[in-house]
Design a protein around this ligand. Structure first.
Ligand code: NAD
Ligand code: UDP
Length: 312
C-alpha cells in the first residue's frame, strides 16, 4: 500500500508542486486548502487522477483523516496577504499547527512544518544558521507571520518532546517560480509582472537590502528529502539558495531576462523589512545531501515564461 499523504495549503504555490511530485511518485495524495491565496488552477491537472483528492477546509478547524505523512504548508506567505487579516494569520499558524499536530499524534503520522527564514527577523548574524535565535519585532506589522511561525515551531517541538510526534521543521528562504500569485506583492512576481507589462519596476528603499532566491524545483526536492530523512532528524533546517542578491540587482536581472523597457522607480521601504538574508545551508548539505542547482537567471526564465502565458 502506498503512503497516504496530506498536503495542507496544497493549492498554493509550493503545495501544488508538492502534490505534483507526490502524485507522480504514486502516493495517495490529499490536498487540503481553503483557497485564500491558493487556486484550483494550480492543481486542475491533478483532478480526476485516482491517487489525488481535494478537500476544501480551513486548518483553523479540526479535521479527522487517516494519513501517514503531513506536509503542513497552509498559511499565506506574502506580506500583502498575511497582513490582510493578521489575526487570521496567527490563528492559521497556531490553531492550524495544533490541529495538524493533534492529527499526527492520533494517527502516528510524520508531520513537516513549512517554517520560514522570517523566524530570524532582521538578523544580526549573517549568514543565518539554525542555532541563531533571531531578531524579531513582536508588535510590528510582520509579527503576525513571524511570531506565528515561531510559536508554530515551539508547538512542533513540544508535541515532539511531550507526545513523541515525529516532526520535521524546514526554515524556507525566499522561493520563487511559476504558479506564484501574480498579485501577491512578493518581489519576484511583482517585478516580473511589471517588466512584462512595461510598467515601472518598484524597488522599495534604495534596493541595497538582500535576499537569497531559491527556485521552486530545488525547494521541493529539499522538502521531500527532509520528510524522508531518519526519524531522529527533526530540524530545524534551513532550505534556501545561499547566493545573496540585492533587490536592485534582482530588478536589473529581471529587466535583462524579460528584455523589458521598464524603468526602475524607488518607493518607501516597508516597516521591519529585513536588511540582509542568506541561509547557511551546511546542515542541509550534510544531513540531506541537498543544495540548490538552479541559478537565478535560469529560474527567472522559467518564471517569466509562466507569467507571459498567464498575462496574455
Ligand atoms: P501560498 O500563499 O501560495 O500558499 C499557501 C496556501 O495555503 C494557499 O493555497 C492558501 O489558500 C492556503 N491556506 C492559507 N490559509 C489557510 C487555512 N487557514 N486553511 C487552509 N488553507 C490555507 O504560499 P507558498 O509560497 O506556497 O507558501 C507555502 C508555505 O511555505 C507557507 O506556510 C509559507 O509560510 C511557507 N514559506 C514560503 C516561502 C516562499 O518563499 N514561498 C518562504 C518561507 C516560508
Ligand atoms: N520589494 C521591492 N519591490 C517590490 C516588492 C518587494 O523592492 O515590488 C522588496 C521588499 O521590500 C523586500 C524584498 O523585496 O526587501 C523581498 O520582499 P518579499 O515581499 O518578496 O519577501 P520578504 O520581505 O518576505 O523576504
Amino acid at each position: 500500500m502506498e503512503k497516504r499523504i496530506l498536503v495542507t495549503g496544497g493549492a498554493g504555490f509550493l503545495g501544488s508542486y508538492l502534490c505534483d511530485r507526490l502524485v507522480v511518485e504514486g502516493k495517495d495524495v490529499i490536498c487540503l486548502d481553503n483557497f485564500f491565496t491558493g487556486t484550483k488552477r494550480n492543481i486542475w491537472h491533478l483532478i480526476g487522477r485516482p491517487n489525488f483528492e481535494l478537500i476544501r477546509h480551513d486548518v483553523v478547524f479540526p479535521i479527522f483523516l487517516e494519513v501517514d505523512e503531513i506536509y503542513h504548508m497552509a498559511c499565506p506567505a506574502s506580506p500583502i496577504h498575511y497582513q490582510y487579516n493578521p489575526v487570521k494569520t496567527i490563528k492559521t499558524n497556531i490553531m492550524g499547527s495544533i490541529n495538524m499536530l493533534g492529527l499526527a499524534k492520533r494517527v502516528k503520522a510524520k508531520v513537516l512544518q513549512a517554517s520560514t527564514s522570517e523566524v530570524y527577523g532582521d538578523p544580526e548574524v549573517h549568514p543565518q544558521r539554525e542555532d541563531y535565535w533571531g531578531n524579531v519585532n513582536p508588535i510590528g506589522k510582520r509579527s503576525c507571520y513571524d511570531e506565528g511561525k515561531r510559536c508554530a515551531e515551539t508547538l512542533f517541538f513540544d508535541y515532539h518532546r511531550q507526545n513523541g510526534v515525529r516532526i520535521k521543521v524546514a526554515r524556507i528562504f525566499n522561493t520563487y517560480g511559476p504558479r506564484m500569485h501574480p498579485n501577491d506583492g512578493r518581489v519576484v512576481s511583482n517585478m516580473v509582472v511589471q517588466a512584462l507589462k512595461g510598467e515601472e519596476i518598484t524597488v522599495y528603499g534604495d534596493g541595497s537590502q538582500t535576499r537569497s532566491f531559491c527556485y521552486v524545483d530545488d525547494m521541493i526536492e529539499g522538502l521531500i528529502r527532509l520528510m524522508n530523512s531518519g526519524d531522529d532528524f527533526t530540524g530545524p533546517v534551513n532550505l534556501g539558495n545561499p547566493h545573496e542578491t540585492s533587490i536592485i540587482e534582482l530588478a536589473e536581472t529581471i529587466i535583462r531576462v524579460t528584455g523589458s523597457k521598464s524603468r526602475i522607480v524607488f518607493r518607501p521601504l516597508p516597516s521591519d523589512d529585513p536588511k540582509r538574508r542568506m541561509p547557511d545551508i551546511s546542515l542541509a548539505k550534510r544531513i540531506l545531501g541537498w543544495e540548490p542547482k538552479v541559478g537565478l537567471e535560469d529560474g527567472l526564465k522559467e518564471t517569466v515564461k509562466y507569467f507571459k502565458e498567464l498575462l496574455c
